[in-house]
Design a protein around this ligand. Sequence first.
Ligand SMILES: Nc1ncnc2c1ncn2[C@@H]1O[C@H](COP(=O)(O)OP(=O)(O)OP(=O)(O)O)[C@@H](O)[C@H]1O
Ligand SMILES: [Mg+2]
Length: 647
Amino acid sequence: MNEPQHPLAPLIQENQFIGWTCHIDFEHATVLTNDDLKAKAKGVPLHCFLLATNFNPKKPDAKAGEIILLRVTGSAPLPQDAELLSRKAEHLKNRELKISSEDSPRNEFQFGGLLCRILGTFFVKDGRLRLGSDIESYATAAELEVYRPTGPALEMIVNYISPERAAAAEAEAQRLGLTTALPAFPIGTVRYSSTDRLHRGEEADTAVFNLNAVDFLSRRTAVFGMTRTGKSNTVKQLVSVVMRASHECHLKIGQIIYDLNGEYANANQQDKGSIAEVFPGDTIRYRMIPTPGFQPILNNFYTQIAEGHHTLRGLIELNRVSRSSDIDAFLAMDFSEPRKEDFENETSFHHQLTRYERKIAAYHAVLARAGFEPPPNFKITFEAGASAKNKVNPVVDPANGLTPLQAQEWFQLARQIQDELVTGTGQNWVEPDTNVLMNMLLQRNDQGAYIAGFRVLQPFKDYHAPDRTTDVCDEIYQHLLAGKIIILDLSVGNPEQRERLSKRIARHILASSMAVFNTGQTPPNIVIYVEEAHNLIGRGEPLTEVWPTIAKEGAKARLATVYATQEVSSIHPNILSNTENIFCAHLNNENEINELSKYYDFRDFSKAIIRAQDVGFGRVKTLSNPFVIPIQVDKFDPERERQRAGK
Ligand SMILES: Nc1ncnc2c1ncn2[C@@H]1O[C@H](COP(=O)(O)OP(=O)(O)OP(=O)(O)O)[C@@H](O)[C@H]1O
Ligand SMILES: [Mg+2]
């Protein structure tokens, strides 16, 4: 029987040996290497990981075993460099003059030093591999052997997860009732430099980088980069790997994308295929305006009274519609239902409720008159009161329900004999709001002069969704519970309205999940993706607004947020410092880099981030990794995803 392998052993790949440490302290190490060794190991790029150790995988010494993880941060001058350089110059001159040197000095010339930062130490405790984020002690005289890990060894490094976090992930998987472990989301492969002929060449063994579910779910993830550097691609890749993984382990993860440019909902020319096309059965698209293949983000104005009225108010204000005093009064109306606890006794509550119902009925009649299509077989029902009932139309009783047309006629008549109704009952039979609504129906103000009335609402009838029976926010939440992908295509429609609805949906998701949390149950896993995030969680945004609240406190409610923006500096510092995962592709200026350099070891990469403009070449810091990892994000490949999804 084979001995079980020592946990450190898979990290050491003998053919990747590149040299020895010749100096080490708590922060840095200098590695002596030579050209032959580097060539055999397929090069040593800047920022690549190295492993330094005297651990011998063939003769593992359980006690002494540790491997120091290094990152190459530059070259290191060696004491004899100056002398070597002058000898080399001499040698080249001689070669030019065809004077033969006594012996080939190449062996001596090919040595050089690499400056490395110490990232941590792999060691074994209780039989498990651990990574400390420093070194404990070092032997000045030690000549540690240095390897450049690739393939599986590199995968072990970049996907390392501490035993504690692994245990937390296991507990979480159990709590969620999974039969498998929590998924990991593969999003790219390790990439060190823009020129990647060797370390990612045809024969190279690349290393897949995974984002762990425990790092991603309920957490914040930032995606930074200049325009066209692959932010949206990163989001698409995330959405699709999360979808795939959630299918595989039967864990429902709802995902909602705030798609400002309509690029997730629709295939565009550059990117053949979109999320919606890849997961047709699991994607529901919403739009502000009626479009085939899309659900309307809109509400039914007949059933979501307050919301519909709010929408109308926004539209009228935005379109600067000329207003009469009746329209002003209409805009100021409050459609909230009277609440029992606000009344002294049952009688006064009922009295108010009846008046409220008349107001709603009149509002319904105005909507119908303005051309807002009523739901099928819609009836307008209210208690008119004996006197009004007889005076307006003794034949029909509104308490039995009127068709929208009958209701319009009824209220118009009532408005015409308004004075009689007042004297007849000894008090106003309706409240002032209902009066305003009747004025709008009749297109007459209190003085009898013409007003535009219901016509003011006519242009906005497309904002009403006649077929919807539930609130759109609730419908979306239900889809998220079922693990669907929701795409809110915000590329069309009125901007102010869009923003209000987006916020309302976000608020609803937060409130619904918090409500679950507050009852002591586990809220569903939901991921919210926002593009152009500086608009929503920008510096100036009060932290009490819905987006910052989600970003700050969503973890409790199991809401993960992924936000993409071009500007690191525009994000609220409070949110940025609470962001567990950061992806950063190319940025073009020091200001933005400086902002990022405040976090973890991004400073090591500041020059490379400005210099390398390669699309999808990002640096990633995740919660589990104590250091930044440079990766190439996979290109979202609709065709491949479709094939996988179809399996
Ligand atoms: N990892 C990648 N590999 C190859 N091509 C990519 C990768 N990421 C993105 N691309 C391509 O580069 C282009 C720009 O990508 P993307 O739209 O994701 O950038 P962006 O950062 O979101 O840009 P913007 O700021 O304009 O929204 C697209 O055509 C996309 O297909
Ligand atoms: Mg984009």
